[in-house]
Design a protein. Sequence first.
Length: 323
Amino acid sequence: MQIKIILIVFCLLIASLVRAQNLAYPNKVIKIFVPATAAGPTDFIGRLVADFLTKSLNQSVVVDNLPGAGGNQAFQALLRADPDGHTMAIGSQSMMAMGPYLYKHTPFDHEKDFIPVDIIAAPAYILVVNNGVSANNLQELITLAKSKPGLLNYASTNGIGSSSHVVGELLKRTAQIDIVHVPYKGNAQATTDLLGGNVQMMFSLSSSMTQPINSGALKAIAIGSLKRSPTLPKVPTFEESGLTGFTASSWFGVFVRSGTSNLIIQKINSSLEQMLQDPNIRKKLLSAGADPAGGSVEQAADFLRNERQKWGNVIKSAQISLD
């Protein structure tokens, strides 16, 4: 009987200590790993989050850029950190939704080792063609592609297995067309060849295509968001253009290690939701071509689950592998 009482008291003591630690969060500098170099869209999101959390949580938040191994290096570093909410990482569509299917051998389990805290923003992909392509809208482009199976090609901005490659495969599958993938090592080279007529079409983030579209150098066919972009209001969505259910956005979210206290996760989520309601933050995101997202922790988990199923099916069907 005495032993049982001692055990109960011990368990209560441990529980009270854990709760005290949760309530004291954060009690040291927070680090956010960004799986990309400085100045890109992933880094932009990471620094936006870091700046806001510094004020919201009244604690210093620093960004650590770890661009190696297709983003895997940043999440390896997160996995080595204590699951106490003081270390986070910015995850993207390509890393956390496509990655589990592109890489069969990774030093971590994408699903079991990390928890999505919130989805911050979703920059939409836009389909553009050069002026040598006779099509001016999606239905004309699909008709053209069906009349010339295997003769039209599309560029991907970061090679085999990149988001723009997989999104192109989704278009092939959904529209039932035969277009040929041409991999490029970067957006600049792909855009140059698109403008020069060496490739006919390309999926790219809408923010990087605004200038050539507005200048008339390229034709915008459709955008992958649920609604039209405020920066390109004349460009219809794929849904409006008759391709039901087609959406494609390169979203970004905040992740922590599995094992992190739910109280801490909820506290971070609450701060991020405050951030996404801030008019200045929303303006910055929209001007960068990224629709503000947000939602509960549970909604983030559901969203990620659906994204993995969607892109996993495309990757398996197209037999894309980076191993």
